[in-house]
Design a protein around this ligand. Structure first.
Ligand SMILES: Nc1ncnc2c1ncn2[C@@H]1O[C@H](COP(=O)(O)OP(=O)(O)OP(=O)(O)O)[C@@H](O)[C@H]1O
Length: 160
């Protein structure tokens, strides 16, 4: 059972990061869109592997960035030059991973014919724009408010 408990702790850490870090929510939404729209592109197994590694790299960097921030805030409540450099380096790790993930995205998804295919798909099935708009709206609310913000908002509405 210890094995399953370690999963529980790991998921608790990921959920904490999603709840508290807007950038983490942006990364998760970006990963969702990349995954869904990848079906419009010609993707080999290797392309999928590159995209999955890039996504994992960014999300992992964000998790470690949050670890560094939490440790720093616990160790030093006020300004400290070491805290500054630790936080800057952690942010640098996220930046590097995001820039290289974008580069992977360009290499894999730069397929003008597939872009035209996406446009043709929505032109021939304009009703599909409705679920796309709905999902996009939900994603924006999720990014801006976060799961806890949404929960608190619904609770307040119910109490009224
Ligand atoms: N206690 C501190 N001492 C020195 N510099 C700090 C301290 N806290 C923050 N900084 C500086 O301010 C920058 C931003 O810090 P902050 O903790 O707000 O990180 P952030 O990346 O904006 O956080 P988040 O990812 O939560 O938005 C850090 O990269 C660091 O240069």
């Amino acid at each position: 059972m210890r094995f399953f408990k370690s999963f529980k702790y790991a998921f608790r850490g990921i959920i904490y990061c999603i709840n508290n870090e807007r950038n983490m929510r942006i990364h998760t939404v970006a990963a969702l869109y990349v995954f869904v729209f990848s079906f419009f592109f010609e993707m080999s197994r290797t392309s999928y592997a590159a995209v999955l590694i890039a996504i994992a790299m960014v999300i992992t960097a964000e998790l470690f960035n949050t670890v560094a921030e939490e440790l720093c805030d616990m160790a030093a409540a006020s300004f400290h030059p070491v805290v500054r450099i630790i936080k800057d380096m952690a942010a640098g790790a996220v930046l590097i991973s995001a820039v290289f993930a974008a580069a992977v995205g360009v290499c894999v998804f730069w397929q003008p014919a597939s872009f035209a295919g996406i446009l043709r798909y929505f032109a021939s099935s304009p009703l599909m724009l409705l679920p796309l708009a709905a999902v996009t709206a939900v994603c924006i609310v999720y990014i801006v408010m976060g799961p806890i913000g949404i929960r608190d908002y619904i609770r307040k509405k119910r109490e009224k």
